[in-house]
Design a protein around this ligand. Structure first.
Ligand code: HEM
Length: 467
């Protein structure tokens, strides 16, 4: 019997268990990996494709063969992880395949069988979308992204040599059916303690919605459970039915892809200037920007980093309802208000019950690009390849970027944009002293530049292998 809406809305308390999938077995076998949980490989290559004119059959053949030979399902990803834990045998090469709306159209998929999400249908270059996200004009994007993108191939491995060999082979094969419009090489950046960081130096990938039993148990043991913040999530925020799936439980997920360049040198100078203005240490200034210190310590819980090996995620902002410790503009407060928006004082329309607010969550799967030396301070050509999965782009990524990150009014009036990613930049209110009400106005400039991107759908494996 097919899964019901209820099955997607409600997961077992301990999450999905691919080792004992029960009624979710077909779903897990037909869903591409990397969606429910990141594939975790250190090196990634992203190839953006435009199929050649009048090569539909050849393109379909290539997709079919790629899907059969390279794609891994959520179930396989989990089986490989079990094997790795038991026998230390690496899963090796991992791959995903994504289609844009233009890709579906090129393949002559009937309009009613193209995934229906509105932003997906319109594409990221659409003027209304672009202006509402605050993105720069398309003619300033990197050239490859300015073209009509049909598909995205993601390949990843822990062994960079094997990965590059596999990518070269793939590029040879692809030349016959598609132009490779653009290529990105991404990797996981780490600090000296081995934690995953982004180029500004902050620990990243900490707070995620959790779907799988193993991740939920790990959060219970390594963190302090879920009584302050419940990071568990149900499948309805992540998955959408694949209209072309060949099984009754064929699902996919929408992928938002954005290349975000980070000007590290200028960010650090601005951070120093902010620290001087507030007469505080640089690391506290950084925490007031991000909401967490470099090591992941939430700034509403402490005014100094605590150097915990696993940063805490079981917290909310109830201890800081005036935003005097973690300012409302801070990146993690804007992108996950943890109940704040139900307590709105001044901006009608922004107040949402916690359950509704939680529906805006996204599953982030970003990797860094550019220099892999974390001690360098690049001004250009390094940053984040931001990828996130969701069931509904308008209600999730787009909402988060436009209604929260970019918004000047958020929970309170004149909070200012998110200093990390809010577009356009603006002035924020910063606590003159941590935990006290007086604020100082300071315009933290935007040091993240959007260089291009697209919306994709991640089709089910049964569709791609029989396309
Ligand atoms: C969390 C950095 C872009 C959404 C974080 C954290 C850092 C970070 C350091 C805290 C650690 C963690 O919880 O993982 C960055 C940088 C970006 C960027 C440097 C750009 C270059 C974005 C974008 C979005 C976003 C574009 C979506 C609009 C989130 C979310 C969280 C987060 C949802 C988790 C918040 C929580 O649950 O506490 N980011 N981020 N980020 N970021 Fe970003």
């Amino acid at each position: 019997m097919a899964l019901t809406e209820e099955d997607l809305k409600k997961l077992p308390e301990d999450g999905l268990d691919p080792e004992n999938p029960g009624k979710y077995q077909t779903l897990l076998e037909d869903l591409q990996g990397n969606i429910l949980k990141g594939h975790g490989r250190d090196y990634n290559v992203h190839l953006f494709l435009q199929f050649k004119p009048d090569q539909i059959d050849a393109a379909k053949q290539w997709i079919e063969s790629f899907a059969k030979n390279y794609l891994k399902s959520a179930k396989q990803q989990s089986d490989e992880a079990v094997r790795y834990r038991q026998e230390k045998v690496s899963g090796g090469l991992f791959a995903n395949f994504f289609l844009s709306c233009k890709g579906y159209e090129y393949l002559e998929i009937e309009p009613f069988q193209i995934p229906t999400d509105q932003p997906f249908r319109q594409g990221m270059k659409n003027n209304n979308i672009r202006t509402s996200l605050g993105d720069p004009e398309v003619n300033t994007w990197e050239t490859g992204f300015q073209n009509q993108i049909h598909a995205l191939v993601l390949m990843a491995d822990d062994d960079i040599i094997s990965l590059l060999q596999a990518v070269n082979k793939m590029m040879q094969q692809l030349r016959l059916v598609a132009d490779i419009l653009h290529r990105e090489d991404g990797f996981i950046l780490r600090n000296q303690a081995g934690q995953i960081i982004e180029h500004f130096g902050f620990v990243d990938g900490v707070s995620q919605p959790l779907f799988l039993k193993r991740d939920i148990i790990s959060a219970r043991t390594k963190d302090t459970g879920f009584d302050q913040w419940d990071s568990r999530a149900s499948l309805d925020i992540l998955l959408a039915k694949d209209p072309n799936g060949r099984t009754e439980d064929s699902y996919g997920s929408y992928l938002v892809y954005r290349k975000l360049e980070q000007n590290v040198k200028a960010f650090r100078q601005d951070q120093e200037q902010l620290a001087k203005t507030l007469n505080i240490q640089d690391d506290l200034a950084g925490a007031l920007i991000v909401g967490r210190f470099y090591d992941g310590t939430p700034v509403n819980l402490s005014d100094t980093p605590t150097a915990a090996t696993t940063p805490i995620n079981n917290f909310n902002f109830d201890n800081d309802s005036a935003g005097t410790k973690c300012p409302f503009h801070a990146h993690i407060r804007k992108t996950n208000p943890r109940g704040d928006t139900g307590k709105v004082e001044t901006s009608p329309g922004f107040d949402e019950a916690l359950e509704v607010e939680r529906q805006h969550r996204i599953a982030r799967r970003a990797v860094s690009y550019g220099t892999n030396n974390p001690t360098q301070e690049p001004e250009t050509d390094s940053g984040l390849l931001f990828l996130c999965f969701q069931a509904d782009i308008e209600n999730q990524f787009n909402f988060m970027q436009t209604r929260w990150a970019n918004a000047k009014n958020f929970v309170q009036v004149n909070v200012g944009p998110d200093p990390l990613i809010g577009q356009p930049e603006g002035t924020q209110k910063w606590p003159e002293n941590w935990g006290q009400a007086e604020t100082v106005d300071y315009k933290f400039k935007l040091w993240v530049n959007m260089k291009g991107g697209e919306y994709f759908f991640t089709p089910s494996i049964s569709f791609l292998t029989t396309i």
